[in-house]
Ligand binder design. Structure first.
Ligand SMILES: N[C@@H](CCC(=O)N[C@@H](CS)C(=O)NCC(=O)O)C(=O)O
Length: 217
């Protein structure tokens, strides 16, 4: 059955792979699944046809036959549950890998997104600069805790899993801030994720959209 995802027609990140279609592309690549991409403009994302797929008018969405999903946590979990390579077979290890998906989305990513919001969406507000140290402190606390847990391991819990995929993609957003470099094991963890052939393919595919070489679809 054909899988179709949506992605920005023109990503505001300039092809850096930070838009969340990249994590879905990455999961699909890890699972070896072919997929199609429908590009949407910011305007189209808020129109009824897209809102029927995504109630919040965002990307990415995921369509497979009769099934339409939104939210990358749910999409990546859906892929991981049905295809080898993203979740361990052992029931407890699987539950722990799923826990890391939630941890990435609910615990690590929110302060990172706050930084993005404060810098780029609220940068003109008089209080924006005052908020930055507080947000950075919160991010630093999470990074410290994550760094302690990761230690010298390659991945968060045994073999690479969908939990690592989600965590690496959430952390990638911090690269320009330099904050990751304060935690060499986390910087190496992110680099390890980026070095995976499946990530490379996902990154190249989203960059092709930005460069205009993505096939029309
Ligand atoms: N929690 C959602 C967040 C989706 C999201 O924020 N998508 C961004 C792109 S990465 C978007 O569509 N932004 C445009 C908007 O919200 O209008 C998920 O993980 O799928």
């Amino acid at each position: 059955m054909t899988i179709t995802i949506t992605a920005f027609e023109r990503s505001p990140d300039g092809g850096k792979g930070l838009a969340r279609d990249t994590r879905v592309r990455w999961a699909l690549e890890e699972a070896g699944l072919p997929y199609e991409v429908r590009l949407v403009s910011f305007r189209a994302m808020k129109e009824p046809a897209h809102l029927a797929l995504h109630p919040f008018g965002q990307i990415p969405t995921y369509e497979e036959g009769d099934l339409a999903l939104f939210e990358t946590g749910s999409i990546v979990f859906h892929i991981a549950e049905r295809h080898a390579g993203l979740l361990p077979n052992d029931a407890n290890a699987r539950a722990r890998a799923i826990t890391w998906i939630f941890a990435a989305l609910n615990t690590v990513e929110p302060p990172i997104l706050d930084l993005q919001t404060a810098k780029f969406l609220e940068g003109d507000k008089p209080w924006s600069k005052q908020r930055l140290p507080l947000i950075k402190e919160r991010i630093g606390a999470r990074l410290g805790e994550l760094s302690d847990r990761l230690g010298e391991n390659d991945w968060l819990d045994g073999a690479f899993s969908a939990g690592d995929l989600m965590m690496v993609h959430a952390l990638l957003r911090l690269k320009p801030s330099g904050m990751l470099d304060e935690y060499p094991n986390l910087a190496a963890y992110v680099a390890r994720g980026e070095a995976r052939p499946a990530y490379q393919r996902a990154f190249a595919a989203q960059l092709a959209v930005f460069n205009g070489s993505h096939p029309i679809g």
